[in-house]
Every structure is written in structure tokens, then in C-alpha cells.
Ligand binder design. Structure first.
Ligand code: NDP
Ligand code: BG6
Length: 473
């Protein structure tokens, strides 16, 4: 028996991501259908049919999945309850017990997913533990970022949750860890120690660029974004997670703790971002698009940052001296996420005069591909021509069949949480160290640099990236 309980079931995230992912797990038989229960919990007074109907616009079954959709939706139930009142949880305990009454609870699992404002985590977590924790079976709680708003508050949140919950029962989501290329990166690196990973160290790499560009702006999320800004929204979590996977050493084993131990080692060895060496920007109207301050609800004096470029160093044998340069922004020219390791040029020998910013890149989105740029001699030429060429591993071409599945990150993460594999979830110490790295640049007193919507970022960014990445061109 698996009961998957979604708190905040009436909200955006639950509708857009959670229930569609649960449907996919169900339809693709990743869970045993007959003993899978999906329960929405929220304060909104909704009837069960109304709640089921509200999911219709978000779950998009293929034509041949019509029957399985009906089967799924009929298993979805809805409970109206409060987040801060014990009586609601006592009632809910009876409700759940009744739903699961014909199952063997000792072999059962309850997964509580909190699609709620973080302010509700501690109260809901405590009441779950007191009233709906499965004493004989297993219980897990999944929570969404942000895990605090800075280093101190993240420590407080951890302490509060740990009063009742063991760390191995808490699954902190960072959906970037379930993106195909990020799942693949350890394999691409450590299963190929004599090729790909052999290049990834300070002997061969002069700099690393981790980019997360988004073409969309902050529409519809002003309340959240104006308080948080780009550093809290994506740099401290998604980009920091991508960075740890890009920089870590090979774990002793594939066990969740060995993997996360290596990631934490990177964070511990990483320098702290400084305001002096960081660019922060905010988009203004341009290229036919509105600016951040044109959005309804944004205060005219808002200093919210929608662009960041910053540089970190990892003080270990592999990476000493190599700058890791991060750049990310909303409303940029294009949406793309990539890790690009720039290769050192040749200092002597017959090709030392031919220098280029060659790189090995791992593209996370929109395409999933690994590219190694290199020099080649122009074919059919007797002279030494030395032109740029590229070796390319494109997932869509090489894994065409598998890529047709289009599994969403949430689907993969829920599957792991049900299986009890926390590898792709964020451990408490990872959260802590990541906050510490970015603490100084969370709230800058300075005016953000303006950049036109639809552009490549503030004009200062070009020189910043070129000099910090040690680029030739
Ligand atoms: P919503 O604002 O839609 O909130 C979800 C539900 O929580 C609401 O339907 C409401 O349900 C309840 N709720 C809203 N405000 C409060 C409040 N002040 N106190 C208690 N309950 C409240 O948020 P999202 O669904 O967009 O996101 C949920 C959480 O997930 C966010 O807080 C954020 O931390 C995280 N997140 C969201 C992402 C997204 O893409 N949306 C991305 C990453 C993280 P009801 O009133 O019916 O109980
Ligand atoms: C979310 C951020 O966590 O990640 C958003 O809050 C951002 O601002 C989103 O747009 C990016 O996720 P993805 O999967 O669309 O790249």
C-alpha cells in the first residue's frame, strides 16, 4: 500500500506538477495501482467531484490512456482540513485509516508532500508526525524549496523539523537533480575516467561556466519574486546543485550518503560569493517586452534582482585556481541551461599558435547534449589548416527511443521517494553550506544594473564573463 498525500492540493504547484506526475507514475505502472491512494489535502472547501474536475485541465493523458485516467481520477480523494489545527489531523487520521482499511499497513508507506508556503512546514510536519505517522509501516515527508531564506533561518528550519523527523525521512526537492543531463553527469564522468573525466581538472580546464538562462520573466510571481530575487530563487539551490554534481569527485559507492558526502565536500571547499565580485541586474523594457517594474504589484523602488553573475573557487586538488562562473537571469534572449568547462590551450609545439576557447559542454536544456570542441585538419587539404570541429553526443539522436518517454523531473523524484532512494534529494548539510556560500549576495543595498528584456543581460556582463572565464575571443 502506498498513500501519497498532497498538502496544498488546491494550489498551483499541485495542479501543474504534482498530480500530473502522480498520474504518469500510475499510468506507466511505476506503482501498484490497486494499492495506490492519492489524497489531496487543503483548507479550501471543495467537493471531491469538484476537486477531481479541477485536475482535468492539467493532466494530459494520451488518447490510449483514457481508461487509465478514469481509473486514476477515481482513486483521487480530497480532504478539507487546516494546517495549524490538531483536530483536523485527528480527523484526517481516521479518514486515512478508513481509506487504507483493507491493506496491510505494516507493509505500507505514507508519503506526505508539502506543496505549501514554507511557513506551514513545521506545524504540518509536527501534526503529521503526531497523528498520521504510520507506526508500523514507513512514513516520508517531501518538502519544496525554499528551505529557509538565509543561513540562519535554514538552520532554524532544520532544527524545528528534526525535533520530530529523522533526516532520512525528509526528502527535500530540487527538481534540477532529476533533469536527464544531471542524472547522467556522474555516469558520463566516472564511467569514462580515461576520456571525459580525465579532462575535468585544473590541469586541462581554465574555467567553468554554469549558466541558467530563462527567456520568461517574473509574470504571475511578483509577490514571491520581489522578496526573493534570483539568488534565492535559483542560484542557491538549482545552480548550486548542478555545480556540486559538475565539480564533485567520484563517490566511494552509489549509496545516497556516499554521493551526497562528495557533494558536501565540494560545498565545504568552495569560496563565498562577494558583492564586490558579483553583478546583479534587473530587466527593463526592451525588444518588445515589458520590464520587471512594469509588472503589476512591483513597487517602483524595487531592487529585486533578476540577473546574477558571480564567481566561486573550489579549494581542492582537482579544482584549485579554476574559476566557476555562474550566470543566470530572467527574461533573457533565450532559455538554456549548460555547464561549460573551458579547456586550456596549447603552450608549445607546432599547434601552439592556434588558440581557441575550446570547451566541453553538458547541455541540460533545451537539448541534452555533450559537445567537445576541437581542432581538426580541413579534409582534402594538404596544408595544415586546423579548423574548429566538434564531437557531439546528442541524447535525442543516440537515445531516440528512450527520449520519447519524456519523463518529467517530478515523476522521477516521486518514484525515488516511494522507493526510498534519497540520492536525488537534498540533504540538510547541503542546504546549509549552499546558503553560507551565497549569504553575502542575498540582499544587496545597491541599485541592480538594468538590462533590456530579451537581451543577454547587463552590458557589464560581457566583460565580466570574458575576464572571469579567461576567454580569448
Ligand atoms: P500556492 O500559493 O498556490 O499555495 C498552495 C496552497 O497552499 C494554496 O492553494 C492554499 O491552499 C495554501 N496556502 C496559500 N497561502 C497560504 C498561507 N499563507 N498559509 C497556509 N496555506 C496557504 O503555491 P504553489 O502551489 O505555487 O507552491 C507551493 C510551494 O511550493 C511554494 O510556497 C513554494 O515554496 C514551492 N514551490 C513552488 C514552485 C512552483 O512552480 N509553483 C516551484 C518551486 C517551489 P488552501 O488555502 O486551499 O489550503
Ligand atoms: C523554479 C524557480 O524553482 O525553477 C523558477 O522558482 C524557475 O523561477 C524554475 O523558472 C526553472 O525550472 P525549469 O525546470 O523550468 O528550468
Amino acid at each position: 500500500m502506498v498513500s501519497f498525500i498532497v498538502f496544498g492540493a488546491s494550489g498551483h504547484l499541485a495542479h501543474q506538477k504534482t498530480f500530473p506526475a502522480l498520474f504518469n507514475l500510475f499510468a506507466k505502472n511505476y506503482v501498484e495501482r490497486q494499492s495506490f491512494y492519492v489524497i489531496g489535502y487543503a483548507r479550501s472547501k471543495l467537493s471531491e467531484p469538484d476537486f477531481r474536475n479541477s485536475l482535468k485541465d492539467y493532466i494530459k493523458p494520451e488518447q490510449e490512456q483514457a481508461k487509465v485516467y478514469d481509473e486514476f481520477i477515481n482513486r483521487v480523494t480530497y480532504f478539507t482540513g487546516q494546517y495549524d489545527q490538531e483536530d483536523s489531523f485527528k480527523e484526517f487520521s481516521k479518514y486515512l485509516g478508513n481509506l487504507e482499511k483493507n491493506t496491510d499497513q505494516a507493509k505500507g508507506l505514507r508519503v506526505f508532500y508539502l506543496a505549501l508556503p514554507p511557513s506551514a512546514y513545521v506545524s504540518v510536519g509536527n501534526f503529521i508526525h503526531d497523528h498520521v505517522y504510520l507506526p508500523n509501516g514507513k512514513t516520508r515527508m517531501i518538502i519544496e524549496k525554499p528551505f529557509g531564506k538565509d543561513y540562519d533561518s535554514s538552520i532554524q528550519l532544520k532544527k524545528d523539523l528534526h525535533k520530530k523527523w529523522n533526516e532520512d525521512e525528509i526528502y527535500r526537492i530540487d527538481h534540477y537533480l532529476a533533469k536527464d543531463m544531471i542524472i547522467n553527469l556522474p555516469t558520463l564522468r566516472f564511467a569514462n575516467p580515461h576520456s571525459l573525466d580525465a579532462l575535468l581538472n585544473n590541469q586541462h580546464i581554465k574555467s567553468v561556466n554554469i549558466s541558467m538562462w530563462e527567456s520568461g520573466g517574473c509574470d504571475g510571481r511578483v509577490g514571491y519574486y520581489d522578496i526573493n530575487g534570483v539568488v534565492r530563487d535559483v542560484l542557491q539551490n538549482h545552480m548550486a546543485q548542478v555545480f556540486t554534481v559538475a565539480a564533485m569527485d567520484e563517490p566511494k559507492s552509489g549509496s545516497p550518503d556516499d554521493v551526497r558526502y562528495e557533494k558536501v565536500k565540494v560545498l565545504k571547499a568552495t569560496s563565498h560569493a562577494t558583492l564586490k565580485d558579483t553583478l546583479l541586474g534587473q530587466y527593463v523594457a526592451g525588444n518588445g517586452k515589458g520590464g520587471y517594474k512594469d509588472l503589476e504589484g512591483v513597487p517602483k523602488e524595487s531592487k529585486a534582482t533578476t540577473y546574477v553573475a558571480t564567481t566561486l573557487f573550489v579549494d581542492n586538488e582537482r579544482w584549485k585556481g579554476v574559476p566557476f562562473v555562474f550566470d543566470s537571469g530572467k527574461s533573457l534572449e533565450q532559455g538554456r541551461v549548460e555547464i561549460r568547462y573551458y579547456l586550456k590551450g596549447k603552450e608549445s609545439g607546432i599547434f601552439s599558435d592556434t588558440d581557441q576557447d575550446h570547451y566541453i559542454s553538458f547541455s541540460v536544456q533545451p537539448n541534452q547534449e555533450v559537445v567537445l570542441t576541437a581542432f581538426a585538419n580541413k579534409p582534402m587539404s594538404s596544408a595544415r589548416t586546423c579548423v574548429n570541429a566538434a564531437l557531439n553526443l546528442n541524447f535525442k539522436e543516440q537515445f531516440a527511443e528512450e527520449m520519447k518517454q519524456k519523463r518529467d523531473a517530478y515523476e522521477i523524484l516521486f518514484e525515488d521517494a516511494i522507493k526510498g532512494d534519497p540520492t536525488k534529494f537534498v540533504r540538510d548539510d547541503e542546504v546549509e553550506y549552499a546558503w553560507r556560500i551565497f549569504d553575502e549576495i542575498l540582499d544587496s543595498p545597491n541599485e541592480p544594473l538594468p538590462y533590456a528584456a530579451g537581451s543577454t543581460g547587463p552590458k557589464e556582463a560581457e566583460e565580466y564573463l570574458k575576464s572571469h572565464l579567461k576567454l580569448i575571443q
